[in-house]
Design a protein around this ligand. Structure first.
Ligand code: ADP
Length: 592
């Protein structure tokens, strides 16, 4: 206090008491100040109790700019005066000093015309910095007075500054509190609204929902749909376990999936109040909320779908049965139809065969008629003309000439006999009337007799080279058939080759098979006719005027088949032909 004793001065100067009492009063009522202008007013009121007081004003910092602005002035003054005084003190540097040093300074402003005394520049301090300035105009400028005044003013300025700051803080705190309270109220409302919405949503879900708290093993929430399905009230379900209501429930192995379904929808069963079960489509999810593990079971009634499925399965089974029956019926019909088709095809084939046969028969008939008309007429004409010659010119004819005509008659009759024999043979074979009769045959004699018969009526001389295997004498076979085979082959070889060329006949036995070949060097058989020459009445195109019936080789073929024998034929056009027969021989005769 710079050596000044306050109490002494207070005692000596009774006037200070008023100021101190005002400070004391201000201090006591500082907590009851409600609004800032009241504090400003009370503050100025304290300063007004200073001795020699004239007037005062309070400046505070502007909210938006860092400048001091007048807040309140003594009622017996006006703002304009203090604004001018303030500007004067700013210009004189006193405001700057007071702010920089944060101390009260007393400025003599005697030169300042309107005041004519002193001004106390009192910085109002807060905890950090200055938040206002009070300018107090007074009339006493003595040294002691000034020092004491300055100190008291400084103390009160601190009190006023703190009071203002506290008030501002209190205001701010109050404001913040209000905002906080408002926020809490809003949040509380939101929360309540969210809860209501959540409940509404939970209750309005069309699927049954149960929330099971795994940590306490109890159902904590159930929605109306689930209650309806089970047939129990909310209160009768909550607190129990899901095992009581959901079949196939086991949470032992479930892993944490936090909201993701543990299993996509799966078939399950809901156990109802009435003891029955209901087919459901179920979905289970696990959720961790703070320290709680919640299992949400949601499910829908699929009993109708299951019934429909069952009905569908039954219908399908019935349909399948029917289809099976129909298929079997159809198979039977198809089988019958196939049979019918086969029968028809067989009948058609038969008809075709018959038709072919008819055609063949018609062809055979044509060929037979042409053969008969030619082959029968020629010998008959020869016989008739020879007989007429002998009859008419018997006396004029010499013996040789008579013999010639007789031979011609005999040869023609032989030809006719052969022809008839062949026709009869074919007729018999067609009627299956041929019988095989094995007898002992002298092969050499048989071949020679055939050649001898052939030479009768033959004009030219012809050489037959007959080679019979040495030791091959008598054989056992059917002599009629063997005769027919050999006579036809040898007669053809003779007919279709020039008499200048030999006819080679070979016979040998190999493994009980008699092989006889007849080879000529004649006109040969064209390739295209080779497959048909064994057919009845068939004749090659190259036979020209050579007589024939087309019966011979057919007789050979038939005879061979009776004997179980085979034939091979090699022929080249204009070079010659060779026929080889292979006849299995019998070691015994038929009657032995
Ligand atoms: P054909 O009385 O006409 O001789 P075949 O049945 O004996 O009747 O013979 C059928 C046909 O086979 C003959 O018309 C002939 O064209 C042919 N043929 C048979 N043998 C011979 C052969 N040795 N040389 C040439 N052609 C032959």
């Amino acid at each position: 206090m710079n050596g000044i004793k306050l109490t002494d001065n207070l005692n000596s100067e009774n006037n200070w008491k008023k100021f101190l009492t005002a400070i004391e009063h201000f201090s006591d009522s500082s907590t009851s100040h409600r609004i800032l202008p009241d504090i400003y007013n009370d503050g100025l009121n304290v300063f007004s109790k200073l001795p020699q007081y004239s007037k005062s004003a309070l400046f505070t910092l502007n909210d938006s700019t860092p400048e001091f602005q007048i807040r309140i002035a003594d009622p017996n003054s006006d703002n304009l005066f203090f604004n001018d005084l303030y500007n004067h003190l700013v210009d004189s540097g006193h405001i700057g000093i007071a702010l920089d040093t944060a101390t009260v300074i007393n400025v003599n402003v005697g030169d300042y015309s309107e005041v004519g005394g002193s001004v106390l520049v009192v910085p109002i301090r807060k905890s950090r910095g200055i938040n206002g300035i009070v300018l107090v105009v007074h009339f006493n400028d003595s040294e002691d007075f000034n020092q004491l005044l300055t100190k008291l003013c400084s103390i009160f300025a601190n009190l006023l500054g703190n009071t203002i700051e506290n008030h501002v803080y209190m205001n701010e705190i109050g404001h913040a509190k209000t905002i906080l309270e408002q926020k809490i109220a809003t949040r509380t409302l939101d929360l309540a609204q969210s809860r209501r919405e959540m409940k509404a949503m939970f209750d309005s879900v069309l699927t049954g929902v149960m929330v099971f708290d795994l940590s306490i093993c109890k159902i904590v929430r159930v929605n109306p749909v689930a209650c309806d399905l089970i047939g129990l009230k909310d209160s009768e379900i909550v607190g129990r376990s899901t095992i009581d209501f959901l079949r196939f429930t086991n949470y032992d192995d479930i892993h944490e999936a936090n909201g993701v379904p543990l299993q996509q929808y799966y078939d399950s069963e809901l156990m109802l109040k009435n003891g029955k079960t209901l087919a459901i489509l179920r979905n289970t999810t696990k959720l961790r909320l703070n320290n709680r593990v919640l299992i949400t079971e949601s499910f829908i009634d699929i009993s109708k779908i299951k019934e429909a499925e069952l009905a569908l399965t039954k219908t399908n089974e019935l349909l399948e049965l029917k289809v099976q029956e129909r298929t079997e019926d159809l198979q039977i019909v198809v089988h019958k139809l196939k049979q019918e088709i086969i029968e028809r095809e067989n009948a058609e084939a038969e008809l075709l065969k018959l038709f072919e046969h008819q055609k063949e028969l018609a062809e055979l008939k044509t060929r037979f008629v042409s053969m008969v008309s030619h082959e029968f007429r020629t010998p008959l004409t020869i016989i008739k003309s020879s007989a007429q010659m002998i009859d008419k010119f018997n006396k004029q004819l010499c013996d040789e000439e008579k013999e010639y005509y007789c031979h011609r008659v005999i040869k023609s009759v032989d030809n006719l006999t052969d022809l008839i024999e062949n026709v009869v043979f074919i007729g018999k074979s067609d009627a299956n009337k041929l019988e095989v009769k094995n007898v002992e045959i002298n092969l050499k004699q048989l071949i020679e007799s055939i050649i001898t018969d052939l030479r009768v009526g033959m004009n030219e001389d012809r050489n037959f080279a007959v080679n019979i295997q040495e030791g091959l004498c008598n054989i056992i076979s059917d002599d009629t058939l063997l005769h027919l085979i050999l006579s036809n082959l040898i007669s053809n070889a003779n007919k279709y080759s020039d008499s200048k060329n030999d006819i080679i006949i070979n016979a040998e036995i190999n493994n009980d098979i008699l092989m006889i070949s007849v080879e000529d060097f004649g006109i040969g058989i064209p390739d295209e006719d080779q497959n048909s020459i064994f057919d009845l009445f068939y004749r090659s195109k190259n036979v020209s005027t050579i007589n024939g019936t087309g019966l011979g080789l057919a007789v050979v073929k038939e005879s061979l088949s009776k004997l179980g024998a085979n034939i091979e034929m090699k022929s080249k056009l204009n070079i010659g032909s060779e026929f080889k027969v292979f006849i299995p021989l019998y070691s015994k005769m038929e009657n032995e």
